[in-house]
Design a protein around this ligand. Structure first.
Ligand code: NAD
Ligand code: TYD
Length: 349
């Protein structure tokens, strides 16, 4: 049985990936290593937690000795690394934890992989899951390519850029087999409601203000999370070692247009009058260093590995809104208690 270590598997994208791998590959043993920060939630994996080819191990990726032991105990052959601090606003408030987890944590995993696999890299792979935010911000035109120079602006994107560089340095210096993918903004079920889409769906449902940063004209390129998980699966199995792949759905939206789609969808599904919740839109002070536009060119992934998004955005957003409406308990469990305190602290002026 091939042992694959997935880090951050209790988070948003990680849980979708773990579910896909556990269900699709009964011959793989999937070890989910996660320390369960505020963003990690084992409820995201309830449906597969009893599967024989799945195991959860609570571990901080920065705890090098423990990570090393896990590599040896489970005879880890491949890593798909997603564990990270992932929210830009938090990185502005607390950059240290981003450097610690995203940079030092990635380094700890790289070192552990190098020690465990040294002398026998055959069949081994260290797959680093990264973001398009490392490329910085686009103007009105153009797309991020795999060859676009790094130009991160937020502490989050700076930490992810740094971790990407460490991954490449281990490939170049030690021959560690690695691959990196840089993906655009994801949306779908199980996303923590600090990010735009689940936060706003939840607020619309509860008639709470929708804090739009600046003029709402920043552009993001949205991809359904299950399509990201499928892309990771394809790259993990068929990607070229040492290579980089951009993942995106050619699906750009200004924030304000996207917010209006969410309002329309929630209002319709809740039987409210069309546009009733537009009154909740509240323009607030812009995010510091707010990148204007992200847009991914994923032609390489399509042409070389045949991956394409499976879902149209209209379908994906409908599915997503329905999921949050049907899973109120999941949302209530994480928006009560500790998170409410954190949120109040984070956004106090
Ligand atoms: P998330 O915040 O939902 O989940 C992160 C997970 O990592 C959580 O389960 C958390 O408990 C775990 N974690 C954090 N610190 C840890 C540590 N020190 N040790 C072990 N586990 C730890 O994040 P996400 O949105 O699912 O993103 C996953 C990855 O994908 C990240 O690397 C992120 O940079 C990247 N990414 C995200 C997006 C997006 O739109 N969300 C887009 C492109 C790339
Ligand atoms: P977010 O989901 O935090 O992802 P990222 O910053 O990584 O792209 O934000 C998506 C966009 O939505 C971004 O342009 C910032 C904006 N935004 C708001 O206007 N208000 C909010 O409350 C949040 C969380 C985000």
């Amino acid at each position: 049985m091939k042992s694959i270590l997935v880090t951050g598997g209790a988070g948003f994208i990680g849980s979708h990936l773990v579910r896909l791998l556990v269900n699709k590959y009964p011959d793989y043993k999937i070890i989910n290593m996660d320390v369960l920060t505020y963003a990690g939630n084992l409820a995201n994996l309830k449906d597969i937690e009893d599967k024989e080819n799945y195991e959860f191990v609570k571990c901080d990726i920065c705890d090098f000795e423990k990570v090393q032991k896990i590599f040896l105990d489970y005879k880890i052959e491949s890593v798909i690394h997603l564990a990270a601090e992932s929210h830009v606003d938090r990185s502005i408030k607390d950059p240290f934890s981003f450097a610690q987890t995203n940079v030092m944590g990635t380094l700890s995993l790289l070192q552990a992989a190098k020690f465990a696999w040294e002398g026998n890299y055959e069949g081994k792979l260290f797959y680093h899951v990264s973001t398009d935010e490392v490329y910085g911000s686009l103007g009105e035109e153009g797309f991020f390519l795999e060859t676009t120079a790094y130009d991160p602006h937020s502490p989050y994107s700076a930490s992810k850029a740094s971790s990407d560089h460490f991954v490449r340095s281990f490939q170049d210096t030690f021959g560690l087999p690695t691959v990196i993918s840089n993906c655009s903004n994801n949306y779908g079920s199980y996303q923590f409601p600090e990010k735009l889409i689940p936060l706003f769906i939840n607020n619309i449902c509860n008639n709470k203000a929708l804090p739009v940063y600046g003029k709402g004209l920043n552009v993001r390129d949205w991809l359904y999370v299950e399509d990201h998980a499928r892309a990771i699966d394809v790259i993990f199995h068929e990607g070229k070692v040492g290579d980089t792949y951009n993942i995106g759905g050619f699906n750009e939206w200004t924030n304000i247009d996207l917010i209006k789609v969410m309002i329309k969808t929630v209002d319709r599904l809740l039987g409210r009058e069309e546009g009733e919740s537009e009154k909740l839109i509240t323009y607030v002070t812009d995010r510091a260093g707010h990148d204007l536009r992200y847009a991914i060119d994923s032609t390489k992934l399509k042409e070389e590995l045949g991956w394409e998004p499976s879902l149209q955005f209209e379908e994906g957003i409908e599915e997503t809104v329905k999921w949050y409406l049907e899973n109120k308990e999941w949302m209530e469990n994480i928006t009560s208690g500790e998170y409410e305190k954190y949120y109040a602290e984070m956004y106090k002026s």
